[in-house]
Design a protein around this ligand. Sequence first.
Ligand SMILES: NCc1[nH]cc(CCC(=O)O)c1CC(=O)O
Length: 307
Amino acid sequence: MHIRIATRSSRLALWQAEHIQARLQADDVTSELVLIETKGDLVLDRSLSKIGSKGVFTQELEDQLYDGRVDIAVHSAKDLPSSLPPGLSIIAFTEREVANDVLVSRNKDLSLTSGHPFVIGTSSTRRIALLKHYCPHLTTVDMRGNLQTRIRKLDEGQCDALLLAYAGVHRMGYDDLIVERLPLSEFTPAVGQGSIAIEASDSLDPDKLATIRRLVNHERTEACLLAERSFLNRLEGGCSIPSFALAQWNAGQVSLTGGLVSLDGSEMLRDTFDGPQSEAPALGHALAESILTRGGDTILTNIRAQL
Ligand SMILES: NCc1[nH]cc(CCC(=O)O)c1CC(=O)O
């Protein structure tokens, strides 16, 4: 069996695609990578929320899936919109890496809780809003580009620290620069953070589908991500909305915590729902309903007006 894999060409994307290749190789499946640039890679002078929330890092890969030029596309699960274009599905999720956000700096003394002001580079609306809520003494500067670019900007002095996903920092070998791992209870990650998702056309050969699922999919992570993605889907939020959610396995059940924070950090809504694996999508829906009825709908309306 031979699998053609579409991937972005950033170092992180290549690491992830090669990780999938290694998984497939365990069963003598051969594969090749097809490197594709996306709008999110090419347009670096505007924030993601201004480029457009949906499919900024995925659309050009999806075009290849439709054409049948590739069998699968490999993405950070976090970068995949909560509803996919017709005819495309996620067929597998890898076991989630440590999901936390981390503070990255050359200065080991920096901490979000020290009370000392400093400047954090990030372009994520979620991270900016959470920082405004929990750490109003800190300031942020816009920082886009891949991980290597951001670390260069850090070294040039454009900021004192970066706020990043542990998963990407670790995969790129920058663990030495981690000065703090942020608590999941406050800096709850973005939906999907830390897992790698495999996207395919619904017309993918069933033998390939079964083989890829067997070699790559992690069932518990899949249940957790179904819960998180159902939450995001109900909020109709892409990566431009400061929502957050993390589902975890707890005594045989899925426990989903998530919510929404206003852009200025002043309003914070959170809730937790637990249930059996089979009800994972319903948990996401219930969480979204809770957040929306408690004022989340107004927060979302305001956010959409401001972006
Ligand atoms: N938004 C970009 C992005 N998409 C996935 C990751 C990291 C890897 C992951 O979370 O799986 C990152 C960088 C970051 O947020 O620090």
